[in-house]
Design a binder for this molecule. Structure first.
Ligand code: SAH
Length: 352
């Protein structure tokens, strides 16, 4: 039994069952036993590898899309260059390297990171040691001004509530305790959030709702409207899809979400329609990651990098290109959505 499991069993035994979202929040961000707070999360030794860690090409192309948007918006200076949930800091580091030669971009950029995990803040500090970086707990702490935002695999870590359409009405999935063990249950839900009712749900269908998503997207969108800027959001997910997408991953393998609380990564697919619905600014069409990267010229960049490689390194490079873009790998499952001001055109690689 994990230490967090013991603590949750104790808490649920006295306070009663908790919604899936509360369970997820404890598992990921508990101050001592939370997954992001404590464990070796990323890379080959960790539990999963994300796009920036697969290849430098991801961050380079994202950086160029962002810099091009900044140029098209009249090079506002200063501006906030914000990343949500930067993990090991690889994406921001690649973005900054790729934009070094964009005149005025670095001088104008105030680098800001929103990161909940103190341990990961340390990792990011080392990865970005050569830059002046400020950390924040949430967007309200960021001063007014033009805002350019990156978020890769951030929204999938937001805790979800799960509602089920049952014959007796809507129920909510909860985590309870049965015979001293954590167990899934359902409680009747007299009032469900309006957003849940907007799904075309049939009897037995499950609808997920990411807690906090609206508030985050609204405050980003309000700033983009008021001061200019853009956001690029990358994640796995789809448009208002139904079903239980809560997944737990440990050592690169799927495990049960209740088995090892605090020791497995818990995520849920992102409902990009919820982001669009919450956005007070313009948003782009949902675009597969592979299509986005191809439009930005990943193949040409891959060929250029390949010229200096041979043997194993070349094989790894070719595999990484495929992994980022191929429909059987991350190319279709992962999607990109951009947010931008109503009077501007979408960021390069994306369409209205
Ligand atoms: N973007 C990185 C890491 C993705 S993992 C990459 O692509 O590799 C999710 C990241 O979001 C981690 O850094 C995690 O600590 C952070 N995070 C999760 N929930 C958060 C929250 N509510 N507020 C701030 N950061 C959060």
């Amino acid at each position: 039994m994990t230490p967090l499991e013991r603590e949750l069993i104790q808490q649920i035994s006295t306070d009663g069952p908790m919604p899936v979202s509360e369970y997820m929040q404890h598992c990921l961000l508990h101050p001592i036993h939370g997954y992001y707070t404590q464990s070796k999360v990323f890379g080959a030794e960790g539990d999963f590898i994300t796009a920036p860690d697969i290849s430098q090409m991801f961050g380079e192309l994202v950086g160029l899309s962002l810099a091009q948007t900044w140029i098209e918006h009249g090079m506002p200076a200063p501006f906030h260059l914000l990343e949500l949930g930067p993990g090991q800091g690889t994406l921001m580091s690649d973005v900054l390297r790729a934009t070094r030669s964009v005149p005025g971009f670095h001088a104008a950029a105030q680098i800001r990171l929103i990161e909940a995990s103190p341990r990961l803040r340390e990792v990011q500090k080392n990865a970005l040691a050569q830059y002046d970086v400020t950390w924040h707990d949430d967007i309200s702490q960021i001063p007014e001004g033009p805002l350019f935002v990156l978020a890769n695999e951030f929204f999938d870590a937001l805790p979800v509530r799960q509602f089920i359409k049952s014959s007796g009405g809507w129920t909510e999935r909860v985590i309870g305790v049965q015979k001293g063990m954590l167990e899934l249950g359902q409680v009747p839900c007299a009032i469900v959030p309006q957003r849940v009712l907007e799904f075309d749900a049939q009897l037995g269908d499950l609808v997920e709702l990411a807690v906090g998503l609206d508030a985050i997207v609204q405050s980003i969108g309000d700033r983009i409207n008021a001061f200019g800027g853009a956001a690029l959001i990358f994640d796995y997910g789809d448009w208002m899809s139904l079903g239980d997408t809560l997944q737990a991953v440990q050592n690169h393998r799927p495990v049960s979400a209740l088995d090892t609380p605090g020791e497995a990564d818990l995520t849920a697919h992102v409902d990009f329609a919820a982001i669009a619905a919450a956005a007070p600014c313009a948003y782009t069409r949902l675009t597969p990651q592979g299509v986005f990267l191809e439009r930005l010229g990943i193949t040409a960049r891959a060929q250029m990098l390949a010229k200096n490689l041979s043997g194993d390194a070349l094989d790894r490079h070719i595999a990484a290109h495929r992994r980022l873009t191929h429909p059987d790998e991350m190319g279709s499952l992962f999607k990109v959505m951009g947010l931008y001001p109503k009077d501007k055109t979408p960021p390069p690689g994306l369409e209205k």
